[in-house]
Ligand binder design. Structure first.
Ligand code: SAH
Length: 505
């Protein structure tokens, strides 16, 4: 469950039932409800949305009833992703965020939740089902959100993403999101329900258009990937939820086959039994932190996660901190001044990269950030610069190749207790989603071993030994080529550790 999810500690049904008589009627005993009863889960969704978000929704009996905690997890993860990879702001204040919800359903749950949670969010929302569309229209209207949510009937469209709206929008759209139809056929849906010994569709109340699509979720999302290859940076982050772990593998394969290396994999845990995943990809060069992009803990997904964007340089344990830390700071600044930067600053203000990675960062000593034009520290780059200088001296005009931007941040952390990753995993919440959606339950928590020195958070818990000492964390913030990033990490580690060794002698 996302640390900011209001439902992370569960919900008291007894209390909620007292406040919302509709749910009161559905109470089983004094403190529970029947998750197999469609009316009960509908009333639960209504009560939860009203209490926390002041949202009023009506749901047709024959349409999917959204599990609120899970839908909120996706919205919060998306917000983390946008903040961690934010675009430059042209005006002060929170920038307007525009997203597209593909297949919004009868509830229009994602646009409603997104708008209720974030006052600067706006949506386009699509669907192909006329009954769902009219119900969504009513839900948007009764919450007064018509000016922030634009509903699109795409039933006659041949593409999944609404191309006309995207290409005519005056700026890039911030994200797309989707909870795709999961199953390849009604048989697939029924057999999957049977496997879990849940009466088929008992509490799901999904109609066939909602639950079934040709080729299932993989085909649906792969069609979005295909379309994104054409739309590229018209959308900053394309994302979709996925209900099966195997689908994550297939969609990631598809992205890699098409050379899309900037992708993220989220994992949403609702209650003790249900896991969902989200895959996001971008044609832009902003990199998300590992705490957002490498969330799955299962070793089965390990090879499908994106290249880590965090690198740790442990500092000598035996050193006196009051001399070590200023020395390290000096070495970092000096090392970064040695190669050409477009921008480089070392600051006493905590950078968001480190704040979002650990929640509270009391043990951050200091941090800095910079942007270069490609790899400017390599020997080849130095030789190239020398040659350019010589050419200039001798009056020859030579072409300066445009290098792609590379961005980094660095933080020096004071050891002893070490930071604790924030994302609480596997906490039990009272209202689990018990729908036909929970295919492929994968609750084996494998604590990832350290990936060389690249760390994946929060999957890898800090090793007790390593956390005793102080360390530098490097964060990759901009760029498409992980070889440049790896070279950067190697270079800084060598410079700092050699520098410290020299100071000692
Ligand atoms: N977003 C809602 C509903 C998800 S069910 C929720 O999370 O609860 C999937 C939805 O996708 C259904 O409403 C279905 O009608 C819609 N859908 C199926 N194919 C679609 C397509 N090609 N374009 C847009 N929506 C589609």
């Amino acid at each position: 469950m996302h640390p900011k999810n209001v439902y992370k500690n569960g919900v008291s049904f007894a209390q909620l039932a007292k406040e919302y008589p509709g749910l009161g009627k559905c109470l089983k005993g004094t403190s529970s409800i029947d998750f197999h009863d469609p009316e009960s889960i509908r009333q639960l969704a209504k009560a939860l949305l009203k209490k926390e978000f002041n949202l009023d929704i009506d749901l047709p009996e024959d349409r999917l009833c959204p599990g609120v905690p899970n839908r909120l997890n996706y919205i919060l993860w998306l917000n983390d992703l946008l903040l961690d990879t934010h675009k430059e702001r042209s005006s002060p204040g929170p920038p307007k965020v525009t997203g597209i919800d593909i297949g919004t359903g009868a509830s229009a749950i994602y646009p409603l939740l997104g708008c209720a949670q974030f006052p600067n969010w706006n949506f386009f929302a699509t669907d192909i089902d006329s009954k769902s569309l009219s119900s969504a229209t009513a839900n948007i209207a009764q919450n007064g959100l018509e000016d922030r949510i634009t509903l699109l009937d795409v039933s006659s469209s041949s593409t999944i993403l609404p191309e006309e709206e995207i290409t005519s929008y005056p700026q890039p759209i911030d994200f797309t999101m989707c909870n795709p139809p999961f199953y390849t056929s009604i048989n697939d849906m029924l057999s999957s329900a049977k496997k879990k010994a849940v009466p088929p569709l008992s509490a799901c109340t999904g109609s066939t258009t909602e639950m079934v699509t040709d080729g299932g979720e993989v085909t649906f999302v792969n069609r979005m990937v295909e379309q994104s290859l054409k739309l590229r940076e018209k959308i900053r982050w394309y994302t979709s939820m996925l209900g099966k772990r195997s689908s994550v593998e297939k969609v990631v394969e598809k992205l890699k086959e098409n050379g899309v290396g900037n992708y993220v994999v989220g994992e949403f845990v609702q209650g003790a039994k249900t896991k969902r995943w989200a895959v996001g990809w971008s044609f832009g060069d902003r990199r998300a932190g590992d705490h957002i992009s490498r969330q799955p803990t299962s070793h089965l997904l390990k090879s499908h996660l994106p290249f880590p964007t965090t690198f740790k340089i442990p500092l000598p344990i035996d050193a006196n901190l009051s001399t070590l830390l200023p020395q390290v700071e000096e070495l970092m600044k000096k090392s970064c001044a040695d190669f050409p930067n477009e921008t480089f600053e070392w600051s006493s203000v905590q950078l968001p990269y480190f704040a979002t990675m650990y929640g509270a960062v009391e043990n951050l000593y200091s941090n800095g950030k910079g942007v270069t034009s490609g790899n400017t520290w390599a020997r080849a780059a130095r030789r190239r610069r020398k040659k350019l200088e010589k050419d200039a001296e001798e009056g020859r005009v030579s072409e300066v190749p445009q290098e792609p931007k590379f961005g980094f941040a660095a933080g020096i952390f004071i050891g002893s207790s070490g930071p604790t990753p924030t994302a609480a995993k596997g906490t039990l919440s009272a209202q689990e989603e018990k729908k036909g959606h929970d295919e492929d339950q994968d609750m084996v928590d494998e604590t990832d071993a350290w990936d060389n020195d690249f760390i994946s958070l929060p999957a890898s818990s800090m090793e007790p030994e390593a956390s005793k000492g102080s360390y530098i964390l490097l964060r990759w913030t901009i760029g498409l080529d992980h070889v440049v990033w790896e070279s950067f990490c190697g270079m800084l580690r060598r410079k700092v550790l050699e520098g410290l060794a020299e100071m000692k002698t």
